[in-house]
Design a protein around this ligand. Sequence first.
Ligand SMILES: [Zn+2]
Length: 176
Amino acid sequence: MDYNTLNEIVGRLFSHFRMKHPGADTLEWWLDDIGHIPADAGDWIVKKICREQDSLPRNVTKIFQDLWRAYLAEHPDKAAKLDPVFCEVCCGKGLIWFQFQLAGFPYRATASVRCGHCDNHEILGISPDVPRMTAGELVRNGAELDRRNRRRKSKDDFVSRGQSLDFGKLVKINTE
Ligand SMILES: [Zn+2]
């Protein structure tokens, strides 16, 4: 849903519980957290909260996230349409794997963050506790992207281990 839809459904929610409508700053912040929820699901969520709760839940984005999962469980047809979208950076896995060298350690370590280029992490239910970064941010912080990110089509289609990618090159990968 977009800002206006969120503003409208949150307005209904807060009016129902006779609470002061949250400000634009709060809504912008909530949009980051729950903007991936489609408008019809948002409407379903608000109706469910109004029907089942005696007071406005304190953590609004958390109850939206929880009820979004409940919505998907009750609407398998809608959930089926939310298959991971193909993302050139994470190949639909929702995670970007990278390697980094910790000072004082002889070995390179491998780790992953949630892909900052797509919403597959939401669809796949990857914990929001995992940091979310773009490939460019990783590279700028000295990490090297791991080749396991790339679907292997041909010899030239994956990034070889240890090869740094600059952001310009990534943008090219994203749009090719
Ligand atoms: Zn991705």
